[in-house]
Design a protein around this ligand. Sequence first.
Ligand code: FA5
Length: 347
Amino acid sequence: MSLQEQLETLEKETLQQIDNATDLDALNQIRVQTLGKKGPITEVLRGMKDLAPEERPKVGSFANQVRDTLTQQIEEKKAVLETEALNQALAAESIDVTLPGKQIPQGTRHILNKIIEEIEDIFVGMGYQIIEGSEVEQDYYNFERMNIPKNHPARDMQDTFYISDELLIRTHTSPVQARTMETHDFSKGPLRMISPGKVFRRDTDDATHSHQFHQIEGLVVDKHITMGDLKGTLEVLMKKMFGENREVRLRPSYFPFTEPSVEADVSCFKCGGKGCNVCKNTGWIEILGSGMVHPDVLEMSGIDSREYTGFAFGLGPDRIAMLRYGVNDIRSFYLNDTRFIDQFKGE
Ligand code: FA5
């Protein structure tokens, strides 16, 4: 068989093989076998040296033509196979947009944080500053500056966790009173602040007591501050929290750092004062402790108690949340059970 005939046969057979190739691997193999360095075309071109000189250009150009045809056919077939492979992959990965999506669980703000923020907003609207106190506090600020010296019986009600003899985790937010009073510059205006935060006590946990809970301290000091200012302020707070018809009642009480001291009650938001299970049939709900800042507390902070007076209060947002949402166990707030927390998502 002449070289020319060999090439013609090769072309025919290879075109057939290309046509039959069903995947890219097979096609690549044909390419390497036919057009590669050890392939038949290279072989033919090598054998040209044995041809008569006048035959060489003819056979040479024919060999090149065959190589070009095969290369082009392989490229075209490759494009076809690639498109097929892509279509197959797309079909296999097709997405059913009508299937329901995967729900990614979304967190929510804790209801206690929401209550605290709501109370903060009310007081910011009345020109109060929000002060952040420290959960680790000195015995001196937590007790002594609040008129509760060492061995004072009032310490019994607020036992806590001590870090050292002089350092403890605070039992109430009242030490923030002393800290803000001693730094406030009265030439810039009255002192009006609230301070929310965590407090800790050696209380036995039950439905209404937790060893860790929240308080919001409130303090106003200026010239001519009276109990009337205290009552009016608490009324604004209660009406905003529990509805416009709420009334506030003050009852005598005792705190070492206020004189006089009062417990503030709000008229029951459920029965309006007639008596029900929320107010234990009294018509009133006890909401916070407060009073006029004791002159000794003012003096210990370097404030002249003959010129300045003030009121202070401390409320428990945990108890307010319990009342408002009918939660009957304070411990539910601290269990990290998302089924409980999620109930307040819309609030
Ligand atoms: C005080 O802690 C005073 N520092 C409040 C105060 C501030 C009075 C400024 C006068 C002037 P008392 O111990 O009553 O007071 O606590 C205040 C509020 O904290 C209570 O009304 C209650 O709502 C909440 N509370 C007290 N103990 C617990 C507890 N174990 N668990 C949950 N809430 C509590």
